[in-house]
Design a protein around this ligand. Structure first.
Ligand code: AMP
Ligand code: MG
Length: 408
């Protein structure tokens, strides 16, 4: 059994994050189809191959006439739909009907919007003509050769739309990490079962799976009894089918109770433990270790501790592995409701609801009693740092916080 009384002392949030980041290596790359790329991290810079848009296009439904033509009555000499390519010159008194997105037939034209005209057969009368040319000019969005996306960007639906428009259909992204998650505890049953007396449903497996799912990361999951030998066998067996693991997450048993075997298990699996305790709550018992490039976390079983450790630390590992340029960081905001609680000697990560108000970013602390509480997690989208010894923070107090979802 490993000695739990000595070893590394409790580490602060910053120390823990730095340790995790320092041990994390960026994974290799692969090319994927656009449909597989949402949430993945781009690892190349992408430039426009052609001017965008590639030709002058009408931005409205209307009629193209010469810019220097002051006529009010025109003969309609052609009709251009989006997709047509009909280059031609226009004489004074001539107009071309053109649809939104249609290619202008020649330079030096203006599109008069349909609503400002009247049409009778092949004759057009312009009632009103403003200065607006209603043309998206070639290259006005981007010039050929211009870099539009940099490495380290997590690809959003908008970025994927841009890649599609550029014809960049197989972006180079970081390969997916190989992750194994093991929920331990004799009390746990699957969420679809009715627990017997003394049992509870396993909520952490869902939390872990969906947390990683935000970045499109899929993982292998196991639920094992609280017995080191059983867990050891199950992990070795599952891991052998996955190739070299990038990340092993073990829920529960991270503390110092008689049944808390995760530290011993990790050591037996060949991991060197770098962190055993943090100075914050919830999530004081936290195990972090490495075996070569493989990272492992032993997460305290309480759901709120899971929520905090996933957001604070596991997220750093995932972001470090994926090579994302800007990781989760603390930001500044103000409380929109007062904080009032019994002071605690440790810094606390408090679940909160982040809202954008007229005054900026507002944070409403949610109520929780125990780190076993799940109800505050349903609406939490931020974690607020409450300094040690704090009992009261009035409305408007400046606080540091971390958003817990990608889009708050
Ligand atoms: P442990 O870290 O194993 O000592 O567990 C601490 C608390 O978290 C206990 O009340 C456990 O029942 C609870 N817990 C552990 N694992 C889970 C899980 N997967 N889902 C929900 N609660 C859990
Ligand atoms: Mg347990």
């Amino acid at each position: 059994m490993t000695d739990r009384s000595s070893g590394p002392t409790a580490s602060s949030i910053e120390e823990t994050i730095a340790r995790v980041r320092g041990c994390t290596q960026v994974l290799a790359v692969e090319r994927v189809a656009l449909d597989q790329a949402c949430g993945r991290v781009l690892r190349e810079s992408v430039a426009a191959r052609e001017d965008q848009p590639p030709f002058d296009r009408s931005s409205m439904d209307g009629f193209a006439v010469r810019l220097d033509d002051a006529s009010t009555r025109f003969r309609i000499v052609d009709r251009i739909r989006a997709g047509d390519w009909k280059p031609r010159g226009l004489s004074i008194g001539e107009a071309v009907q053109i649809a939104t997105g249609g290619a202008l037939p020649c330079p030096e034209l203006q599109v008069v919007i349909r609503e400002a005209t009247e049409v009778e057969g092949e004759w057009l009368t312009v009632r009103e003509r403003g200065p607006e040319r209603c043309i998206r000019f070639r290259g006005e969005d981007a010039r050929a050769g211009e870099t539009l996306l940099e490495p380290g960007v997590r690809l959003s639906p908008g970025a994927l739309g841009l890649l599609a428009s550029l014809g960049h259909a197989d972006p180079l992204v970081t390969r997916q990490p190989r992750v194994l998650h093991v929920a331990t505890g004799n009390e746990l049953v699957s969420p679809d079962l009715v627990p017997a007396d003394g049992q509870i449903r396993d909520s952490n497996s869902t939390l872990v799976r969906t947390f990683l799912g935000q970045w499109g990361v899929t993982l292998r999951q196991l639920r094992v009894a609280e017995a080191e030998a059983v867990a050891h066998r199950a992990i070795e067996e599952a891991a052998s089918g996955l190739g070299t693991l990038d990340l092993l997450l073990i829920s529960g048993g991270a503390s110092v109770g008689p049944h808390d075997f995760t530290a011993d298990l990790l050591v037996r699996l060949g991991f060197v433990l770098h962190i055993r305790r943090t100075a914050t709550r919830p999530g004081r018992p936290l195990l972090f270790g490495t075996r070569g490039a493989t990272l492992a976390f032993g997460l305290p079983g309480n759901p709120l501790a899971h929520f905090v450790c996933l957001n604070l630390y596991v997220r750093q590992a995932i972001e470090g592995m994926s090579g994302v340029a800007q990781g989760g960081a603390f930001r500044s905001g103000r409380l929109t409701a007062r904080f009032n609680d019994t002071p605690n000697a440790r810094e606390t990560l408090w679940p909160a609801r982040l809202e954008i108000t007229g005054e900026g970013v507002g944070l409403r602390p949610l109520s929780w009693r125990s780190s076993g509480d799940l109800t505050p997690l349903a609406t939490a989208n931020a974690l607020v740092r409450i300094p040690p010894g704090t009992d009261l923070l009035p409305v408007g107090s400046p606080v540091r916080f971390m958003p817990t979802s990608l889009q708050p």
